[in-house]
Design a protein around this ligand. Structure first.
Ligand code: COA
Length: 283
């Protein structure tokens, strides 16, 4: 579907690029010709990831930082700009999340998640956005949101609140920074298996099976499906897409809302038989 040089000449910075979906995206971007900088808290993890992304080391740069701390983010962004002259694409992927009953959360637990997701996204956007504006060559920002940014979700309220903020930021900047040729878009993924997300969000095999059954397509997402979407949105193949949030969840969030969606879990012939019976009853 994509040309191998789709992202040639692009410098892409991926926060949380040392593992999970961030690492998958970084690999995909390099396979499409980009140079990629990854950042995250663990220097060791970043080093391992960099080796996987590009064993030659020519097209990958690993700079550790904690996105919760603006000074660290500014220094990290400056290191990327110094090495490669600027950043064309910022992917705000770094996140933190865990399942917890809200009444059991401490203020610091809320702070830890919101600090990473909302403040982290803002910090990277501010530092990299300023450098994009100064350079005058436009750019593209892609934020990783979630489907429950719209609906909210029980047991993950720090994440839901933070991701709703990220979505608002995406749409606000799509308008404000269009002046500088900077596009802002988002992706709202449903469940994509990663070690981190599964450890934090899938308590038992039974709940995993239930989560899978809830998805109309009856499966979880594959990393390649998300990385293809990300590559398209950050590339010059989508120059007029600005302020959009693309959902990629096999229809999961819609299925949890519709009043009669539960019927799809019954055998279809049984449903149709019951509907025919109701119609006959009216005649
Ligand atoms: N339930 C309730 N509270 C929890 C918790 C849980 N499962 N895990 C952590 N907390 C609380 C801690 O108790 C602490 O609050 P306290 O100081 O009042 O006790 C606070 O959250 C911060 O915890 P700490 O252990 O210092 O973690 P941290 O600063 O590393 O931040 C995360 C926590 C979740 C943000 C961090 O682990 C992270 O960034 N993880 C990234 C990986 C990830 O979450 N991946 C899944 C993405 S979908």
């Amino acid at each position: 579907m994509f040309r191998d040089d789709l992202l040639a000449e692009k410098v892409v910075l991926v926060t949380g690029g040392g593992s999970g979906l961030g690492l998958s995206m970084a690999k995909r971007f390099v396979s499409l010709g980009a140079r990629v900088a990854i950042t995250g808290r663990s220097e060791e993890r970043l080093r391992g990831a960099a080796g996987e992304i590009d064993p030659s080391g020519e097209r990958v740069l690993a700079v550790p930082c904690d996105v919760r701390d603006f000074a660290q983010v500014e220094a990290m962004a400056a290191a990327v700009v110094e090495k490669w002259g600027g950043v064309d694409v910022l992917v705000n992927n770094a996140a933190g999340n865990f399942l917890a009953a809200t009444e059991d959360l401490s203020p610091n637990a809320f702070h830890a998640v919101v600090g990473t997701v909302l403040y982290g996204t803002f910090h990277a956007t501010l530092a990299v956005g300023r450098s994009m504006i100064e350079r005058g060559r436009g750019g593209s920002i892609l934020n990783i949101a979630t489907t429950y940014a719209w609906t909210g979700s029980a047991f993950v309220i720090p994440s839901a609140a933070a991701k709703a903020g990220v979505l608002a930021m995406t749409r606000s900047l799509a308008v404000e920074w269009a002046t500088y040729g900077i596009r802002s878009n988002a992706i709202a993924p449903g469940p994509f298996p990663t070690e981190g997300a599964w450890k934090a969000l899938m308590p038992t095999p039974e709940l995993e099976a239930e989560a899978r059954a809830r998805i109309p397509m009856k499966r979880f997402g594959e990393h390649e499906e998300l990385t293809n979407l990300a590559a398209f949105l950050v590339s010059d193949a989508s120059p007029y897409i600005n302020g959009e949030c693309v959902t990629i969840d096999g229809g999961e969030w819609l299925a949890s809302g519709g009043e009669f969606n539960g019927f799809t879990r019954m055998p279809r012939e049984a449903v149709k038989g019951a509907l025919r019976g109701m119609r006959k009853g009216k005649e």
